[in-house]
Write a protein that binds this ligand. Sequence first.
Ligand code: NAD
Length: 318
Amino acid sequence: MKNALVCGAGGFIGAHLVRRLVADGYRVRGADLAVPEFAPSAAHDFVIADLRDRDECARVLADGVDEVYQLAADMGGMGFIHAAECEIMRNNVLINVNMIDAAAAAGVGRYFYSSSVCVYRDMAIGESEMTEEGAYPASPDNEYGWEKLYSERVVSAYGRRHGIATRIARFQNTYGPEGTWTGGREKAPAAICRKVAEADAGDEIEVWGDGSAVRSYTYVDDLVDGIVRLTASDRDQPTNIGNPEYVSVDELVATVAAVAGKSVRVRNVDGPVGVRSRNFSHAAIEGLGFRASVPLRLGIERTYPWVAAQVEAARDAR
Ligand code: NAD
């Protein structure tokens, strides 16, 4: 039985990844500032730790860890990314530098790092597909992306020096049940689900930007499958994981409203929209047998009822 450490196991993707690794037969330790908010962790043991601290990184690696999955990060949607630049750059660099340094000292053989498509520059609508190499010359749209790019390089450098098999994924926007849905750190799919769930039929909901920005949204089970395949592979270059179904923000809102069975009116307001467009190649991850299997409509059918239930419970608690 292999021992896996999932850093950020209290978070959205980390909690789902823990379930998958346990189902695959790993012995899993989770580490995070806090346990998952919405369901008990499936990890065999869970250590509360602040991974900005090098000693804490060493502590969570004690007793032998074969594989580290590093998903701990101070992060959120575009609103948070723009409001908390300094916290993001400081906290995440500390986590990433100290965790890979401690993993190297502990003799960890395989190390997965969760980067983001925020490392890429803004793209024009209709621009042809960008491969992983397109991240250079570097021009990320926000400081979160610059930190991710720097940490990719830190992880790769430690891999080369210490003979660690490093695997780096650049995640696209990921959504699903048990993701942050309120409080300021939620991302667009959860925020739209919440606004639609809170609305009465015919109400107006606010959407940041003019609704034309193009994105793709990856259902969390698909993303986790990509993580597992990439980590088990021999590919040591940063690799996009995502869904090739690209939609505008308007189309995302329309999908959520259709799933909810509500007609809502949209009021476009100024807000931190982020890049205008995305169009990434998935050839590398598909070469490892990965294919996103959950189209947006199906993913929203699985996610909306969960968000609507949270909205309902919060209403009842008031
Ligand atoms: P999340 O916020 O739900 O989970 C991150 C977890 O890290 C949280 O539970 C948080 O408590 C923990 N954490 C933060 N600071 C910590 C610290 N000092 N010590 C220990 N734990 C700490 O985020 P997520 O959506 O699950 O994202 C996981 C990873 O994937 C992150 O690296 C994120 O940047 C990356 N990513 C996510 C998306 C997405 O759409 N969700 C897209 C691109 C990249």
